[in-house]
Design a protein around this ligand. Structure first.
Ligand code: NAD
Ligand code: TDX
Length: 362
């Protein structure tokens, strides 16, 4: 199998590439623009491996996409490439529209032309797998779960841009027959997540004894899924999912942000020895005492919860990690990769508050 993986230098994409490479599942070509969120350091271990290639480029650059499709001749295109941070979309939505909407459109339109050029067997086996989010469904009240038929009601510019892309992908199936699947997943955590997101931000701040910012009252609920389990779900959908269908992916692990942070701090406390070895950190910090309530995120969705029954019934998917084992792996990974954190954030991010300052136009 030949996989074209867009956004493969980012968090989830790189974990997906690691799964393909370490399990020898096929040839991999990564197309990534290397924005602030994508780094070659994340893919370094695959450099020089037979079966791995990296190209720096934009999914919205039709000529590059066309050339790569023709030269590499993929059996599967998996689209992870996106602007992914809600807070940045509040500051400025332009890049979200450029990549998530226009970029996804250019990618599927070029993919359609490529797919139409394939002969019978290859055309039948081809798949475009689009990676999306539960945030397209908006916010839940105290009860209920998102299903695949929940109406779209995105609240952040990020979610709106992902919703638009989902609609185009679906429309290319309905109109042109392009063999697509869409996965809508809940909050991921694990290795290689850029430290702007809640878990790595809180983990690094706690280690350094810095305030851990909690938006609003800290009672917003997210459903957390270890990234490896998300990648497993994507592979199973590519393998067994029906074309034209959407599959929700979630961990049945709903936590308020405050409860999640307590679980993270417990995982950190379990790793005192590793913390002592990892640097000059104080191992006696009262992490919970670092929690600092800050102004709420504008348009902050209150609760997400996912019904992944369709995915489970049709593919047999089950997550392997629970929150305790997943956080343990995550904490150990960050403690062993502090240099990666430094490398990917230097010159572009110092864990400052995003999404609540001056709105930039564009
Ligand atoms: P990320 O920000 O860590 O990585 C995104 C990657 O895409 C980066 O490597 C970046 O350089 C690349 N990229 C950005 N614009 C590009 C462009 N125009 N052309 C090519 N590459 C480009 O994001 P992530 O958290 O790994 O998310 C990956 C996908 O999964 C996204 O589509 C996101 O919406 C979706 N998703 C994320 C989560 C989550 O919790 N992180 C949950 C559900 C769905
Ligand atoms: O400093 C913080 N303090 C805080 O309280 C940050 C960064 C976040 N939060 C809150 C906001 C959310 O309720 O924590 C929760 C999680 O925030 P993020 O890590 O920014 O994730 P979220 O906004 O839920 O979106 C994530 O999951 C769905 C990903 O970033 C998206 O790409 C994905 O689609």
């Amino acid at each position: 199998m030949r996989f074209l993986v867009t956004g493969g230098a980012g968090f989830i994409g790189s974990n997906f590439v690691a799964k393909l490479m370490s399990e020898n599942l096929g040839q991999v070509l990564v197309l990534d623009k290397l924005t602030y969120a994508g780094h070659l350091a994340t893919l370094r271990r695959w450099e020089g491996h037979a079966g791995f290639r990296f190209v720096q480029g934009d999914i919205g650059d039709r000529l590059t996409v066309r050339r790569l499709l023709a030269d590499f001749a993929p059996d599967v295109v998996v689209n992870f490439a996106a602007e992914s941070h809600v807070d940045r979309s509040i500051d400025s939505a332009g890049e979200f529209i450029a990549t998530n909407v226009a970029g996804s459109y250019a990618l599927i339109d070029e993919t359609l032309t490529y797919w139409q050029s394939l002969d019978g067997a290859r055309s039948k086996a081809f798949r475009f797998q689009h990676v999306s989010t539960d945030e397209v469904y908006g916010s839940l009240g105290a009860t209920g779960e998102f299903t695949e038929t929940t109406p779209y009601a995105p609240n952040s510019p990020y979610a709106a841009s992902k919703a638009a892309a989902d609609h185009f992908v679906r429309a290319y199936h309905a109109t042109h027959g392009l063999p697509i699947t869409i996965t809508n997943c809940s909050n991921n955590y694990g290795p290689y997540q850029f430290p702007e997101k809640l878990i790595p931000l809180a983990l690094l701040n706690a280690l350094e004894g810095k305030p851990v910012p909690v938006y609003g009252d800290g009672l917003n609920i997210r459903d957390w899924l270890y990234v490896g389990d998300h990648c497993k779900a994507i592979l199973q959908v590519i393998d067994q999912g029906r074309t034209g269908e959407t599959y929700n992916v979630g961990g049945n692990t709903e936590r308020t942000n405050l409860d999640l942070l307590q679980a993270l701090f417990a995982a950190l406390k379990d790793e005192r020895e590793l913390i002592a070895q990892a640097g000059t950190f104080d191992t006696g910090i009262d992490y919970a005492g670092l929690i600092t309530f800050v102004a709420d995120r504008p348009g902050h969705d209150r609760r997400y919860a996912i019904d992944s029954g369709k995915l489970r019934a049709e593919t047999g998917w089950e997550p392997v990690e629970d929150l305790v084992s997943g956080l343990r792996k995550t904490v150990r990974w960050y403690l062993s990769n502090l240099e990666w954190c430094r490398e990917v954030t230097e010159d572009n991010y110092n864990r400052q508050r995003l999404g609540f300052g001056e709105r930039a136009s564009g």
